[in-house]
Design a protein around this ligand. Structure first.
Ligand code: FAD
Length: 479
């Protein structure tokens, strides 16, 4: 039974004009008691907030609780989006408004699966939405992966963005060359952070300890290695253009990677065509770049290569790459097939940016361990359990596509709400957390953290100085 919104046009007598007001009418054919629809959302990233927004819009008396593992909201908008991309973070303004809605209740510092089970949530809410993202790594599974200074891209991003679990990551930037495995936008973010002049980074909300280490960095060349060819590169034109335009850095493409590519140009979809043209245009500047390479930092993308082994005694010293051929008629789905040719690249740092995966936070969540996501059919998991965002779709797509997905699941939840019985919701949860001695961080408590971060940032001439220690967050929040 779904909530339905009925629009009434009423007259505002005072102003003498016609206004629209929304009135909720719940269609209960068999009983008249009004049941408050209660929905619980697990995770306060874009998926959680956008699903919440849709529910508030469709169901005028719904009450939504958002549970978040950390004392701070916003998921990868805070902890993933690059510090030098502040405009992307403007979505936080929308999320802030949603959280301030009187029908929304944010509860941070609640680790679902540990502090409360999914079964308990299902029993206490009409619907439960799992929107807890993907925060684990895929692995390469090659020899040498555990050497010092071979680190995961997810942790490196977490380190510079202040993820409490990654603040102590050991990363040594006392080396001239780094190799990033992967060619998606996250890989480009990582390369850009390694290559950007320190004075640019100082103005961002990058963590101070990362800034300090980056200011000592000797890295001047970043290899960006992809299994397949330029036609299959996963990064987008805007991100590639941004790095290509950096004043202190030049992009050195390899001409052999672009052989015969021009014959494909005519048949490419426009966005892909624009990206290849950008690469080809830069390719013609590569000789100039070589001549000036002593002064410039270098981004060196390499296509058709997969890491086979990482070599070093204690620290990484070099990587052996296998050369691949790309086969298949459709350029998008073409596969990389290894050949017997190899190439060695010297480097003192390897960052693996080969994708995120989700985890099963509770045994009652049907989960595909191979792919690393919740098993669901268009957002429906089972009974009154739903999934949205990266936990449901896998770690692909940007905030916009996550929003579209979350809106769809919000619609589905609204359509399927079974309001035949009342549910206790928040009240019961508070009892459970009290019994277990788990402190709840409310949205107003987060605002105290936010205020301190902004004040500390102001002193340093940056938008905020993120607090990276959970105990310190809690001290401020609960004071
Ligand atoms: P998340 O944002 O990960 O949110 C999930 C939330 O669930 C988190 O707050 C997490 O703490 C919480 N959670 C996890 N486990 C639990 C638990 N057990 N209990 C309670 N809560 C839990 N998109 C763009 O449009 N522009 C960009 O510039 C951009 N940059 C990116 C950079 C990086 C490095 C990455 C990884 C992604 C980037 N994206 C960008 C993509 C964007 O961040 C994602 O599309 C989006 O964040 C996915 O939203 P989500 O809500 O599914 O997951």
């Amino acid at each position: 039974m779904k909530c339905s919104v009925i629009m009434h046009t009423t007259s505002d007598k005072k102003n003498g004009r016609s206004i629209m007001s929304l009135k909720m009418v719940k269609k209960f054919s068999h009983f008249s008691n009004k049941v408050t629809p209660r929905v619980c959302i697990v995770g306060s990233g874009p998926a959680g907030f956008y699903a919440c927004q849709q529910l508030l819009k469709l169901c005028a008396d719904v009450h939504v609780d958002i549970l978040e593992r950390l004392p701070v909201p916003y998921g990868l908008v805070r902890f993933g989006v690059a510090p030098d991309h502040p405009k992307v973070k403007n979505v936080i303004n929308t999320f802030h408004k949603i959280a301030k809605n009187s029908r929304v209740n944010f509860m941070g510092n609640i680790n679902v699966g540990e502090d409360i089970t999914v079964e308990e949530l299902k029993n206490n809410y009409h619907a439960v939405l799992l929107a807890y993202g993907s925060d684990q790594d895929k692995v390469l599974g090659i020899p040498g992966e555990t050497l010092n200074n071979v680190i995961s891209g997810r942790q490196f991003v977490g380190w510079y963005n202040g993820v409490p679990f990654d603040k102590d990551l050991k990363v040594n930037l006392d080396t001239e060359e780094a190799l990033v495995v992967g060619q998606g936008n996250v890989a480009l973010d990582i390369a850009r952070i390694l290559l950007t002049p320190i004075d640019e980074l100082k103005k961002t909300d990058i963590t101070s300890y990362a800034l300090e280490q980056l200011s000592q960095s000797r890295i001047r060349k970043v290899w960006l290695v992809g299994r397949r060819g330029p036609l299959q590169a996963a990064f987008t034109t805007a991100e590639l253009r941004e790095i290509s335009k950096m004043q202190n850095c030049t992009t050195m493409w390899r001409s052999e990677d672009f052989q015969a590519i021009e014959e494909h140009l005519l048949n490419l979809p426009r966005p892909k065509k624009r990206m290849i043209e950008l690469m080809l245009n830069n390719l013609s500047h590569t000789t100039f770049a070589k001549e000036n390479s002593t002064k410039m930092k270098i981004l060196a993308p390499i296509f058709f290569r997969s890491p086979k082994e990482i070599i070093g005694t204690n620290f990484v010293q070099r990587v052996i790459l296998t050369k691949n051929n790309v086969t298949g008629d459709n350029f998008l789905t073409a596969r990389a097939v290894p050949t017997c040719f190899e190439e060695e690249i010297s480097c003192g740092l390897v960052i693996k940016s080969i994708g995120y995966k989700s985890v099963q936070i509770d045994k009652d969540i049907p989960f595909d361990q191979c792919v690393g996501r919740i098993i669901n059919s268009y957002g429906k998991v089972k009974d009154n359990l739903y999934a949205a965002g990266w936990a449901a779709t896998g770690p692909t797509g940007v905030i916009l596509s996550t929003m579209t997905n979350a809106f769809q699941i919000g619609n589905l939840i609204n359509q399927e709400l079974d309001l035949s019985h009342p549910k206790v919701g928040t009240k019961r949860l508070i009892e459970i957390f009290k019994e277990k001695n788990v402190a709840i961080v409310r949205f107003e408590d987060w605002e105290k953290i936010d205020k301190v971060e902004c004040e500390r940032g102001k002193i340093l001439g940056k938008p905020r100085e993120k607090i990276v220690d959970i105990a310190e967050m809690l001290k401020i929040a609960l004071s």
